[in-house]
Ligand binder design. Sequence first.
Ligand code: GLC
Length: 804
Amino acid sequence: MITNTELEKKGNVFPSKITAFTKDVNSYTFTTENGVVLQITILRGELFRFRYSTTGRFANDFSYAINNHYHTSHNQLDMEEDNDYYIITTSKLICKVSKKNLKIKMYDSIDGTLVNQDELGFHWEESYEHGGDIVKMSKVSHDGESYFGLGDKSNNLNLKGKRFENWVTDSYAYGKETDPIYKAIPFYTGLYNKKAYGIFFDNTFRTFFDFAQERRYVTSFWAQGGEMNYYFIYGPKMVDVVKNYTELTGKPKLPPLWALGFHQCKWSYYPESKVKEITSTFRKLQIPCDAIYLDIDYMDGFRCFTWNKDYFPDPKRMVKELADEGFKTVAIIDPGIKIDADYQIFEEGLANDYFCKRADGPYAKGKVWPGECYFPDFTKPEVRKWWAGLFKELIGEIGVRGVWNDMNEPAIMEVPNKTFPHDVRHDYDDNPCSHRKAHNIYGMQMARATYHGVKKFAHPKRPFVITRAAYSGTQRYTSTWTGDNIANWEHLWIANVQVQRLATSGFSFAGSDIGGFAEQPQGELFTRWIQLGAFHPFFRVHSSGDHGEQEPWTFGEDITNIVRKFIELRYQLLPYLYTAFWEYTERGIPLIKSLVMYDQEDVNTHYRIDEFIFGNSILVCPVLEPNAKGRRMFIPRGNWYNYWTDKIEIGGKEIWVEADIDTMPIFIKEGTIIPKYPVQQYVGEKKIEEIVLDVYYKEGVEDSQFFEDLQDGYDYTTGNYCLRTFKLTGRKNQLVIQQHIEGSFKSDSKTFKIQIHGLPFKIETIQLDNKIEAIESVEQNGHLTITVNENFTELDFSAATNKS
Ligand code: GLC
């Protein structure tokens, strides 16, 4: 293990004094006496790129992570100098570069406060083992500074005091202390003095991050090769850091709405009669479900793109019959291609030289489910194109609607390092390299090729892909899950942390194997996990299958009823979730927010873990212990309605919340308007003629949005969508809702059923677009309910009589 201590400084080399600098359009290049070059590129006023070379030259500038369409914007750049520093100033940041040693200090340009500064700064060590440099960076860490992000790490939300490694790894039955696991997302957000900044170290080699573990006042990161190449993103709001990072590495497109429904999976459902038994039980028990999965046993001897015809004699017919019942079929595809001269895909790969090779010539061979396999080099454009084309039959002809990419670290069985040897060669889009550099992006490039294939053959419908391995930017192509977890209470905690963390790392479309992959849960754990999963963007039950059944009806009728209730709640909330997803795709705003991201000004949130905000205004907190009748939880500042009782809680403190097994703590931020669909057994089951708007009264003003489109396809990209912005204004004796509509989409529904919660006065007058409405139309039965045309512009409820 490489360490980074001061004591070990002896092996390190440091930049010396600056002897020259040049300016380009949006970048400055500094050269030191000992030949180090630092290039600072200003992409936006709040986003700087730092790139260091120890040889005086930079390698070809290529990254799989960066979104090519990233929109840069910078103001007129100013550079000044004093005796000690070169000083670059933008509208957001001041960057000081030390003339003596190239060390950096970053300040908020508005109030002048220090945001982040180098400790040892950039330094490096020659790698005797591999040649090249081990590139290192260390930054000062302050008391009270916190760190978030870094992908799927299974430990505390706040990363401080820990060291982590990024090397995507198949990690069956991992735990809280296991590191690295499946993903490599070398991006974190630091929070110091209530100001947030992000660092994205875009280096695909094995990287390490030490958050004040080794030395209390130092945070450092380093890589076993490649360049010191990082992006500094200033907030000061944490949500803006993540938003900017997500734009830099790419936002996803909208998934089909059904992908946000409930998914049922197992290793494996086969033969066809078993699949049908599962899907028909969902319908019989009236438990909503949109997707059914086929794990590896649907294939012929685990050969990708084939079918076991004994189990599935006519896949096209089966997929169609499932579709007729509202089930979308999702099938697994792994990267390993079985070595088998009678297998066409293997032969094609061989004939075209598509498989990865060892440095000295032979193909890289590895054992996976099918036995000995070769592996496509997904880092070669031609191979990705070939791979995408292979989905023609599965998607285009058979009608499978989604593809699940697994084992794409790549995972290799029966070898100590669980993956390829380091010397395996990759094209890396014409930047040839070894597996040391390509390992962390191999799975990402597989998912990318899969995405393009599914997209092409699913057209005019939208693609749906799920991946296990990921690097920064993978969110552009696919959803993800957290891998092979275990059916125990600690893993429920881990699932909550991981999905929040992934959202904080730009990857919101994530979920866990609900109920646990390994071992079997008790009904209580399964229920609590379903409750959490109902608020995760990706909502799927999956289990290894060797420990018994794990369907919603496995644990007796009482549990089935509770599970149904929460899946139904998810389906009611689909328009709210879809709107949040749209916001994520448009603006990069994470779909779920840890409390620290929701309210970084309140230091109480900095160490909260369990609670999070689903979308913008639903606060949830899973129950993570057995036999609980409720739990203590932190309510962030503001007023929140208890979802079940409408009781208002004043936030900024911890409270006890009742939550017996059939419920969980859910709160709605006051002032919010939540659109709801009726319960459906699957997306599109019903023609939705009326949408509920749950209106949570607030004294003050609040905006909410509601996005609708055809729920699939691409028409929304050419204006066929409807974005409603509601402005709620509450006074002591009046509630006004104004609506602004954008886009041309017309849904089936013509009316809103408006349910008002928490109104503090008795309604005497209702005005709809300036016309007095009959007061009788308001049912005063607990909630105040009124049905109105959905295109209203202004609705006014008032305590005063006849104010026209
Ligand atoms: C891996 C996956 C798991 C899948 C299994 C069989 O363990 O993580 O989800 O069920 O392989 O394909």
